[in-house]
Write a protein that binds this ligand. Structure first.
Ligand code: PEP
Ligand code: MG
Length: 312
């Protein structure tokens, strides 16, 4: 029966009782954006800009960057919004022209937005390029920063983004940012939870370490608590809070996330139909129950079992 539901789901993202949950795509370049736009996605929730430049020794010029970004924005002009993430260089994504070499502990080092501080103009040039691409394509373009830990970082970033007429947000990947989500939302327009890194940092377990997979699991109740705090801050502020980590692609977790108050789920576009079908099969009431059950569990396994029971 489930397979049939997947086949007939045609979007948009809605619970059985009509509560909207935007289902968005994670993309890496123009080609993946065009592929995604052929499906039912309602926009792009995560454009990983650093993936465009993995093979570049030198920083691309503003004009070169604008061309690359415009390819991603163009398929979504007039169709939802596109969230461009500024360079997430460092740690597991080395970018020759930005990453710090030789850090002892790169996951806790100068990565993501932190690179802006000692690389004058790098962030500003990228934002200029994104603004040019947004203007050229007419796409509704939001911009967010990765690896934000403090409200001051969010405020400084937001000022640069607003100065270019774009909509600023930050990723919640560091537990400190989740705990301060209500204050983050005083300075930005939206939050996007990166569950891959949020889980890594909450559980103090390397996201790439396969022998720690029992810890790097977004069903860990501690991770769900951080998501709950962040989503609640969004509800109070009346601002969107999405998920753009791998957790968004888990059809069993989707009702939990909706119950916690998440407003959008962004994932590899191939995962969207299964998640859309699942959300379409549950009411907001059962999402609330699923969220409560998952939060009460003491392990990911307990959580999965409890939610499976609630959803029937
Ligand atoms: C995340 O950390 O969940 C995320 C979406 O960013 P990335 O996987 O690119 O680090
Ligand atoms: Mg991340």
């Amino acid at each position: 029966a489930r397979r049939q539901a997947v086949a007939v789901w045609t979007g948009p993202g809605r619970t059985a009782d009509g509560h909207p949950v935007a289902l968005l795509a994670n993309v890496a370049d123009g080609s993946s954006a065009r592929d995604a736009s052929a499906g039912q996605v309602e926009g792009v929730g995560l454009f990983r800009t650093e993936l465009c430049f993995l093979d570049r020794r030198e920083e691309p010029t503003v004009a070169e960057q604008a061309d690359v970004y415009a390819e991603v924005l163009a398929p979504f002009a007039g169709r939802g919004h596109v969230v461009a993430r500024t360079l997430d260089a460092g740690s597991d994504k080395p970018i020759a022209f930005a990453t710090h070499e030789g850090e002892e502990n790169p996951a806790l080092g100068v990565r993501g937005l932190r690179l802006a501080a000692d690389n004058p103009g790098l962030l500003e040039r990228q934002l200029d390029a994104i603004a040019i691409a947004a203007e050229r394509t007419g796409a509704d373009t939001w911009v967010m920063a990765p690896m934000v830990a403090t409200v001051q970082e969010a405020a400084d970033f937001a000022a640069l983004v607003r100065a270019r007429g774009l909509k600023p947000g930050v990723m919640v990947e560091v537990p400190a940012a989740a705990l301060m989500a209500h204050r983050m939302l005083e300075v930005v327009d939206f939050l996007s939870i990166g569950t891959n890194d949020l889980t890594q940092y909450a559980m103090a377990a390397d996201r790439l370490a396969t022998d720690l997979a029992h810890l790097t699991d977004p069903w860990q109740p501690a991770v769900l608590q951080l998501i709950a705090i962040t989503a609640e801050a969004g509800r109070t502020a009346g601002k969107p809070v999405g998920i753009c980590g791998e957790a968004a692609a888990d059809p069993l977790l989707a009702p939990v996330l909706v119950g916690l108050g998440i407003t959008s789920l962004s994932m590899a576009s191939a995962a969207v139909p299964a998640v859309g079908a699942r959300i379409g099969s549950v009411t907001t009431g059962s999402c609330d129950e699923a969220a409560e059950a998952a939060l009460r569990a003491l392990s990911p396994q307990q959580g999965r079992e409890a939610v499976t029971k609630v959803l029937g």
